[in-house]
Design a protein around this ligand. Structure first.
Ligand SMILES: Cc1cc2nc3c(=O)[nH]c(=O)nc-3n(C[C@H](O)[C@H](O)[C@H](O)COP(=O)(O)OP(=O)(O)OC[C@H]3O[C@@H](n4cnc5c(N)ncnc54)[C@H](O)[C@@H]3O)c2cc1C
Length: 297
């Protein structure tokens, strides 16, 4: 099933993200995690592609498991910056073979070690090129990434938004945001994309804090800001994992309830492969998640 159809039911689409095990670990090591996460009845589960050192090769296999073993809709992430058209054809062919109809079309991060050759001729320069390529040849529901605080490489927020508009116009069906910890950043962003005429559904990417160092590493890489209220929590409970977990679940839940009451189309929880954390949050929104997006009561 194409995920874009889920947004038409009028209630918020609640999804989860997982990352594959390292290449040297067998794919079976993630089965317990998917088992526990699918128990929460998410609308879909997405699986990352080569992000944070995780394996690209496992992504397709895991998307297949999510869809066909656990009967949950799967969204396979796919990056293009270092891929040839033939690589993309192979991945798309395998996904279709497994009945996975949904792809998050990404450019992928550039290597930070200065090794990236900007002058080299490549099949894909931006995510938009991948969207275009998928659209031309295949019948997938295509998701795209967006950045409430702007993409880290582009300090000009206006040009970043115009690039987003081009990507969406090329054929993106829905967007998922980068993580953010202050909902006002999202509301300001939403105002701008509305003005630009971007009217596809947007899911808010929410990451619960469970480890201070991990959040600091991720935010440094992606440029997301850490508000004072959030930093205080990390500083206060840094050395007490149980307290930090409680506070992290509470903070993320508060963010999500605020976004849902705003009428957001969807919430995408970066689960960090921690079903206990996802369960803590899902338990708090069990009744809230079924209330219609456009309804105010
Ligand atoms: C929800 C989500 C999931 C992610 N999952 C993964 C994953 O699984 N694996 C992974 O490796 N990474 C992942 N990423 C990270 C992502 O790959 C990086 O943020 C990457 O740097 C940008 O990818 P993009 O698809 O947004 O790129 P693009 O949309 O191509 O944008 C990248 C940059 O190029 C600029 N740009 C776009 N078009 C043009 C143009 N025509 N001319 C000039 N500049 C242009 C944009 O303004 C932006 O600064 C994810 C990010 C998000 C938000």
């Amino acid at each position: 099933m194409k995920i874009k159809e889920l947004f038409k039911y009028g209630r918020p689409v609640i999804s989860l993200e997982i990352f594959p095990p390292k290449p040297e670990s067998p794919v079976e090591t993630i089965l317990d995690t998917i088992d526990a996460l699918s128990d929460l009845k998410p609308d879909f589960i997405s699986v990352t592609y080569g992000a944070g050192g995780s394996s690209k090769s496992h992504t397709i296999e895991i998307a297949n498991l999510i869809k066909n073993k656990y009967n949950v809709e799967a969204l396979a992430h796919l990056t293009c910056i270092n891929s040839k058209k033939s690589d993309i054809d192979r991945v798309l062919g395998e996904l279709k073979g497994y009945d996975v109809d949904n792809v998050l079309a990404l450019r992928g991060d550039l290597p930070q070690d200065g090794s990236f050759d900007f002058t080299a001729k490549r099949d894909f320069g931006y995510a938009k090129d991948l969207v275009n390529y998928i659209k031309e040849k295949n019948d997938f529901c295509i998701a795209g990434a967006c950045y409430p605080e702007g993409h880290i490489e582009n300090s000009d927020i206006i040009s970043d938004l115009h690039n987003l508009k081009c990507k969406v116009d090329t054929g993106v069906d829905f967007l998922i945001t980068q993580l953010f910890f202050d909902n006002n950043l999202f509301y300001n962003f939403k105002e701008k994309v509305d003005l630009l005429g971007i009217d596809i559904p947007i899911s808010a990417g929410i990451m619960p804090v469970i480890n201070k160092k991990q959040i600091e590493r991720i935010t440094k890489l992606c440029g997301a800001s850490i508000p004072l209220k959030f930093r205080r929590i990390m500083d206060k409970y840094e050395y007490n994992p149980e307290a930090l977990k409680d506070a992290g679940v509470a903070y993320a839940t508060e963010q999500i309830i605020d976004l849902l009451s705003f009428g957001i189309d969807g919430i995408h929880l970066y689960s960090m492969n921690r079903p206990d954390i996802a369960r803590g949050i899902f338990n708090q929104i069990e009744n809230i998640r079924t209330v219609k997006v456009a309804s105010s009561y």
